[in-house]
Design a protein around this ligand. Structure first.
Ligand SMILES: C[S@@+](CC[C@H](N)C(=O)[O-])C[C@H]1O[C@@H](n2cnc3c(N)ncnc32)[C@H](O)[C@@H]1O
Length: 408
């Protein structure tokens, strides 16, 4: 285990499978995991040459228009994939864009333009090719992929059958290694993708829905279970750094507590959370927030509106009270001291980004960043604010805004 993972232990929890729990008390902002993907694939259609030309096909950094002309390199064989540098191009040949994958993508692209495949199918085809490419190039990472949760039951019969026969009939040489390629394996792999793929998102914009740039399989982060009020959240810095994922604690937790992410933005209502978790991940969520919200009488058609109203009212009430005590108790795990009707309202006030349409989660900067004697952060794009050692700076994992934590 690396230093950054020292605070986590992998355990088995009945009804939840593998889980990560705090093996020591963890502090808000603490980095508990840094994970690199074993497999990445683009989130745009197979046939969309236009979109793919905006990103490096290896490191997924955005190619600024001037860089496309000056320094980017095209794959000499398919000329469809672009790389941000000769280095990325040469790394790709032995990994993400091997000659086998290059050839297979080319053939599938030709074929699928006449099939008008849905975007979902195109992305699943991309994943399958990337997974078989991994089997060829890195058998140990492929075994890791196979060890993740998810099998053919997560995906049904029709999609694997269709994609498997598409790949078999189109690819010049069967996916490697010889003898591995089978319908059962393809179905199991698609199940792994469904339960474990993380989206690397486009930068946030207030005016457009946020889209996914690429999907990745992060083997260690795949052990985090979901909670609708997570105590940790993930960050990535694809354009400024690399495709690694960093998981930071949102607030302090005691030793023994399970560390969970939310698999989607925390603002969704009870019914849509339950639907999504059942359809996409195959479980009914029974977290503390769901237990409370399941009792609400407004879980009907217009529940979204009603919940939002109720939430707003509760949040306002709570903000008017002296809420610090409530949350501090909750952060330390003293359940029961919060409002019985809506014990998690404080989470939204303190840990949900209030920027328009963002719905990101706020986590303190890692402790080392806040021990700098004086740092200047940009809050809400406009004001430069001096932040000193005693102030917690919270970072949004969606829009990247930095904000003073008024509750410290
Ligand atoms: C990414 S995996 C998480 C790790 C997984 N528990 C394992 O054993 O590898 C996602 C799967 O974990 C399980 N899971 C995640 N959160 C859960 C929760 N809150 N309650 C029950 N099962 C959960 C579901 O089976 C889900 O499809």
């Amino acid at each position: 285990m690396s230093k950054e993972e020292e605070g986590l232990s992998l355990v088995e929890i009945h009804g939840r499978g593998r889980a990560l729990v705090a093996s020591q008390p963890l502090r808000g902002g603490q980095i508990v995991l840094r994970d690199s993907p074993i497999l990445l694939y683009p989130a745009f259609p197979l046939v969309s040459v236009d979109e793919s030309s905006h990103y490096c096909s290896h490191c997924f950094k955005k190619l600024e228009p001037e860089r496309v002309v000056q320094v980017s390199v095209s794959c000499p064989d398919c000329s469809l994939e672009r790389f941000c540098s000769p280095n990325c191009a040469s790394s790709a040949v032995s990994s993400s864009h091997s000659p086998w994958l290059c050839q297979s993508l080319l053939l599938i692209r030709r074929h699928s333009s006449s099939l008008s495949l849905s975007l979902d199918l195109q992305l699943q085809a991309r994943f399958l090719l990337a997974a078989y490419n991994l089997a060829l190039l890195n058998p140990s990472h492929f075994q890791t992929l196979l060890s993740l949760q998810g099998d053919s039951t997560a995906i049904g019969d029709e999609t694997p059958r269709f994609l498997h026969s598409l790949i078999s009939s189109v690819c010049a040489t069967p996916p490697p290694p010889v003898g591995w390629f089978s319908l059962e394996l393809s179905a199991a792999l698609l199940g792994k993708d469904k339960l474990n793929a993380f989206g690397l998102m486009e930068p946030f914009s207030e005016n457009a829905p946020r889209s996914v740039r690429a999907y990745g399989i992060y083997p260690k982060a795949s052990s985090f279970n979901h909670d609708c009020l997570p105590n940790a959240c993930r960050f990535d810095y694809v354009d400024s750094d690399n495709t690694d994922m960093v998981v930071r604690m949102i607030h302090d937790v005691p030793q023994g507590r399970e560390i969970c992410l939310s698999y989607f933005p925390v603002n969704q209502n009870y019914a849509s959370r339950q639907r999504r978790l059942m359809e996409d991940y195959g479980f009914a969520c029974d977290c503390d927030r769901c237990k409370v919200e399941a009792q609400w009488s407004d879980n009907d058609d217009n529940e979204e509106e009603q919940q939002e109203e109720q939430q707003e009212e509760e949040e306002e009430e709570l903000m008017e009270e002296d809420v610090d005590q409530t949350m501090e108790a909750e952060a330390e795990g003293e359940a029961g001291s919060a409002e019985p009707e809506f014990p998690h309202a404080y989470f939204f006030v303190r840990y949900m980004c209030n920027r328009n349409n963002c719905w990101g989660t706020l986590a303190p900067l890692p402790p080392s960043s806040t021990t700098t004697p004086l740092i200047v952060v940009n809050v809400n794009d406009n004001d430069n604010v001096n932040v000193n050692v005693n102030v917690n700076v919270m970072e949004c994992n969606v829009c990247g805004n930095l904000k003073n934590d008024d509750h410290t």
